[in-house]
Design a protein. Structure first.
Length: 407
């Protein structure tokens, strides 16, 4: 993503990419979804679900990669994977993949997911829940366009209005279910207003093949459909690799066995300190901020060569790139994860993207595998200053099992 795109995303909370998918690809995906709509829930794989929303003519399928290989190919679709890499702290994983098929009726209430935790870190926008919406049908003003309250992802003020549009008339059918849904959507009374009167209101129409990328803590929803056209969309959501799947839907061993490389990594997990056996090696430089300690000068000399040897011997890899400064007692080690080697022996924290700080005793325990890294972190024995995901990538390198070592 270039600077103009990053700036637009930071201001709006979304980006609209027109014509992202070729027409033939879009038509194939739409045909697959239409065919899927004819299948009963009993015919779906164990890890997939089919559901209808009470009061709406809306059908959803969840965990799409489990259902059809055409949707598996979208997991690492290059069209939007660059956005995922730019906006989601890595390594990333797919946490949701579903479809929505809607017909004439009410729209989707405004909603926002606070767990997305949008922020600007070191000058770049980041989100912990990025969703890619793929439009498979043309969507004009009468076809239930996407609605966003631009900039609301940055607001720290409580949303003051009801998520229900003031003009909506609740349907009589499914009355009990609708009432229960409203109690969940509106746990306390708030003024119902016309969305068009809310500051930042945007109504986004689409052509088939367009893609919208947005952070889930953006307040968003959809207008009701007033035409006879059917609106079909796919949604693929990405989060950091320690985030769990939405709705408790796991991945089957059969799906994971068919996938390799980046696609497998996006589908695997969730995990903390997991290893990536398919990724190219990214550990390129281990440099010592106080080189004389390698010669054994001082009481703490032997620890640095032990850490350096452990790191350079591993074949465990991570797609995360950056510089980790490790403080072990009074010793300092700089580890550079990334495709381009760079060595430095400077000792200022500003040279690193993250710092891992522990006592010599704790670091020796980690190296000997007497100490659990996660437990040590939560006990306050290991401190991370900066990029947590990068620190976790470093830990995966350092603490890999012996069978993950290079011969």
């Amino acid at each position: 993503m270039d600077d103009a795109e990053l700036f637009a995303f930071d201001c709006q909370g979304f980006l609209h990419r027109r014509g992202a998918l070729l027409p033939a690809h879009t038509a194939m995906l739409r045909d697959r979804l239409e065919a899927l709509e004819e299948r009963p829930a009993s015919a779906l794989p164990r890890h997939a679900t089919r559901s209808r929303t009470p009061g709406l003519d809306e059908l959803r399928f969840r965990n799409l990669p489990e259902i059809d290989a055409a949707f598996v190919d979208l997991v690492d679709e290059p069209t939007w994977l660059r956005d995922v890499d730019a906006l989601v702290p890595g390594p990333q994983r797919l946490t949701d993949a579903y479809s929505i098929t809607r017909r004439r009726g009410l729209g989707l209430p405004l909603h926002s997911i606070e767990l997305a935790d949008y922020g600007v870190r070191r000058g770049r926008p980041t989100t912990h829940h990025l969703t890619v919406m793929v439009c498979l049908s043309d969507c004009g003003p009468e076809d239930g366009p996407f609605v966003a309250i631009a900039g609301s992802h940055r607001s720290e003020v409580r949303f003051p209005w009801s998520p229900i549009h003031a003009d909506w008339q609740m349907p009589d059918h499914d009355a009990d279910a609708v009432a229960a849904a409203l109690r969940w959507i509106e746990p306390e009374p708030r003024p119902r207003v016309r969305w068009e009167d809310i500051p930042g209101y945007r109504e986004i129409t689409f052509a088939a093949g367009d893609v919208l990328v947005f952070t889930e803590d953006l307040w968003h929803g959809a207008r009701g459909i007033a035409s006879d056209r059917v609106r079909r969309t796919l949604y693929f959501s990405y989060s950091p690799y320690h985030f769990a799947n939405w709705h408790g839907l796991g991945r089957s061993a059969q799906l994971l066995a068919r996938c390799t490389g980046r696609r497998r990594e996006l589908l695997d997990g969730p995990f903390v300190g997991n290893t990536f056996t398919n990724a190219p090696a990214l550990l390129t430089t281990v440099s010592v901020a106080a080189p004389h300690l390698l010669d054994g000068d001082g009481d703490n000399g032997p620890l640095l060569p032990a850490i350096a040897a452990r790191l350079t011997a591993t074949r465990v890899t991570s797609p995360r790139a950056g510089r980790v400064r490790v403080h072990a007692g009074n010793e300092v080690l700089l580890v550079e994860l990334g495709p381009r080697p760079r060595a430095t022996t400077t000792t200022t924290d500003t040279d690193a993207d993250t710092c891992v700080v522990a006592s010599r005793e704790t670091m020796e325990g980690l190296l000997a595998r007497r100490t659990d890294a996660v437990a040590a972190f939560y006990r306050g024995e290991v401190e991370v200053r900066g990029d947590m995901a990068l620190a976790m990538a470093f830990a995966a390198q350092l603490l890999a099992d012996d069978e993950a070592r290079r011969p």
